[in-house]
Design a binder for this molecule. Structure first.
Ligand SMILES: [Zn+2]
Length: 229
């Protein structure tokens, strides 16, 4: 099998999702160099980090953190692009597990009960073939040793492209998008919402608002990347 893999990799080399170089047979998703040089935020180590401020005065969240800084032209941009548009869903699992192991060492994240990925609209998911946030949830779940569920938060309406709208209008646009089902299954729990990237926080805010309607629920948020420094 190993010989076959080596022969196959001569013709179809597996490439690093960060820099595009060929991967060694023992490397998964990212080459060693990219793994060692990930632009990590370490926001999970401080309660009052810059990401927490994104939600200040908007919606109540317990903890907010992101694994990587997002900047154009960096490995993070390539990683997110490969995760979302190049079918490399395993990257979500890989980085989710990597981050999950770090989160599991922080007492503030140890009280989390269940991970909830932000759902894609079904139409988008059919087109892409997967929901990248679900793959991140899968990895986080492995790294943190807690379950994830996709049957609690679901998406209803399709949001039109929102890039030209203000933050306020954007929120108006997405507020009806998420609906909670099976709320009784997570009653009284501390939920961890996960997504690929956090920018204005509008989508996440809409999701958190819905989850907070469930009795006794508290919510924290983690993403793979953030543009906030
Ligand atoms: Zn690389």
């Amino acid at each position: 099998m190993k010989i076959l893999n080596n022969v196959l990799s001569l013709f179809y080399p597996r490439l690093c999702a960060g820099c595009g170089d060929a991967l060694q047979h023992h490397e998964a998703c990212l080459c060693l160099h990219c793994q060692l040089h990930l632009p990590e935020t370490n926001f999970h180590k401080e309660h009052d980090n810059p990401l927490k401020l994104v939600f200040a005065g908007r919606v109540k969240v317990e903890e907010v953190a992101a694994l990587l800084y997002y900047k154009k032209g960096t490995s993070t941009q390539h990683i997110l692009h490969n995760l979302k548009y190049n079918g490399q869903k395993e990257l979500g699992d890989f980085l989710g597990a990597y981050y999950g192991r770090q989160l599991a060492m922080e007492p503030r994240f140890q009280e989390i009960d269940t991970i909830i990925p932000i759902p894609l609209h079904p139409r988008k998911e059919r087109k892409r073939g997967y929901n990248q946030s679900e793959w991140i949830a899968k990895g986080l779940s492995r790294g943190m040793g807690i379950p994830y569920r996709t049957d609690v938060l679901v998406r209803t309406h399709f949001t039109e492209t929102q890039t030209r709208k203000s933050r306020f209008n954007r929120w108006e646009n997405v507020k009806e998008v998420f609906v909670v089902q099976n709320g009784e299954k997570v009653k009284g729990q501390h939920l961890l919402v996960c997504d690929d990237v956090l920018t204005t926080g509008a989508t996440t805010e809409a999701a958190v608002r819905q989850l907070l309607e469930i009795e006794g629920v508290r919510v924290s948020v983690v993403t793979l990347a953030t543009a906030t420094h």
